[in-house]
Design a binder for this molecule. Structure first.
Ligand SMILES: C[S@@+](CC[C@H](N)C(=O)[O-])C[C@H]1O[C@@H](n2cnc3c(N)ncnc32)[C@H](O)[C@@H]1O
Ligand SMILES: [Zn+2]
Length: 352
């Protein structure tokens, strides 16, 4: 028997990844602040996430897995934790077409793409999605990205953020079909996975406005300049100021990837939380929410100078009046509203 958070679980014969405890720890802190009472753990395996959602965030949980073995294990795990809950043994997509839940959680093997449509159809208030098809999302498997996410991307040095925005864009595209608007609550990428929590609201007005934050990334491989291009601005794309042809990737989400994290920060500061989880959440809360981060190693390589400490560049940018922060997406990334020329000038100054 394993203990994870407040849950005791047996995982014999079903999928369980202990490394994802970090993700589930963050989930539980978020779930307390996300709207919705009924919560469907749609791809539950051992049921660990749903059980924790009940015990730690007070959700009214429902479980589903089309694998009979998983259903048996979930039953045993519910007993072990003295919880009663309904368990379905159905194909997740067809269950979500039949039943509505406040909050839907999709945690599949690989790509969530086949489930996002029905999850957006069923979810009344919140949606949580994991993706582990990182090669497709970040553009190293271009064809997969086209097939799963209807998006053209290639691998760039800030690929974790591109992947996150491709996934966010897919959620927006699926939700708005049902006149549902999406507000991203918190989103991150780590190691082999992407995770997005979003709040869903029924609003046809909002669901059309949301496309103001949807569009393309225009990127110059030569000078590392990048631009966000709204859908109606596509015709504006010309060549880069340096003379190189711009690469155009998308369409993807270009808006905010998180909401106001004040309540989450308050909770993390007062509660006994794993120190790495706490550090991660506090860093994410501080993060400047603008697309796309600069990879300081890549800029330094291009300039043929040695990289300077990220914290120092952040400080200098702030002194100059720009917004700037580190990013949880990369140890050598900087989020800022300054452009590449400013970053270059800071990295070139030898007396930093
Ligand atoms: C990655 S595991 C889920 C892990 C679990 N959420 C956790 O936190 O440990 C995916 C589970 O989804 C189930 N599954 C895969 N495709 C499904 C489908 N189309 N409908 C229902 N269950 C499915 C598998 O049997 C497997 O148990
Ligand atoms: Zn250029």
């Amino acid at each position: 028997m394993l203990v994870e958070g407040s849950a005791k679980i047996k995982v014999e014969g079903v999928f369980y990844n202990p490394k994802m405890k970090f993700c589930r720890d963050i989930d539980m802190i978020c779930f307390k602040h996300m709207p919705g009472k009924t919560y469907l753990d749609a791809l539950a395996a051992s049921g660990v996430r749903g059980i924790r959602a009940k015990l730690e965030a007070g959700k009214e949980v429902y479980f589903n897995d089309f694998n009979r073995r998983a259903v048996k294990v979930i039953k045993e795990n519910l007993k072990l934790n003295k919880i009663e809950a309904e368990i379905y043994c159905e194909e997740a997509g067809s269950l979500m077409r039949k039943k509505m839940f406040d909050h839907i959680d999709i945690d599949p093997f690989g790509s969530p793409a086949p489930f996002i449509d029905s999850a957006c159809f069923s979810a009344k208030k919140s949606i949580s999605i994991t993706a582990t098809d990182t090669a497709a999302l970040c553009g190293s498997a271009k064809n997969s990205c086209l097939r799963k996410y209807s998006c053209f991307v290639e691998k760039v040095e800030f690929y974790p953020e591109v992947g996150l925005r491709v996934l966010a864009g897919k959620i927006v595209a699926e939700a708005t079909k049902y006149d549902k608007a999406v507000d991203f609550f918190i989103s991150w990428a780590k190691e082999h996975y992407y995770r997005i929590h979003a709040v869903i609201r029924r609003s046809s007005r909002m669901s059309s406005k949301i496309y103001e934050n949807y569009g393309y990334l225009a990127y110059c491989k030569k000078c590392l300049h990048r631009e966000c291009i709204k859908l109606e601005e596509l015709s504006k794309i010309s060549e880069c100021k340096c003379g190189e042809k711009l690469k155009v990737y998308g369409p993807m989400w270009l808006g905010k990837l998180k909401g106001n994290m004040k309540d989450i920060v308050k909770e993390v500061n007062k509660k006994e939380v794993d120190k790495n989880v706490k550090k991660f959440i506090l860093q994410l809360a501080e993060e400047v929410d603008v697309p796309f981060y600069y990879d300081i190693h890549e800029v330094s390589r291009k300039l043929k100078v040695s990289p300077k400490p990220v914290s120092l560049i952040v400080e200098k940018l702030r002194d100059m009046g720009f917004k700037a922060s580190r990013t949880v997406l990369s140890g050598h990334g900087i989020k800022t509203d300054a452009d590449i020329k400013v970053i270059e000038s800071l990295l070139s100054e030898c007396n930093l």
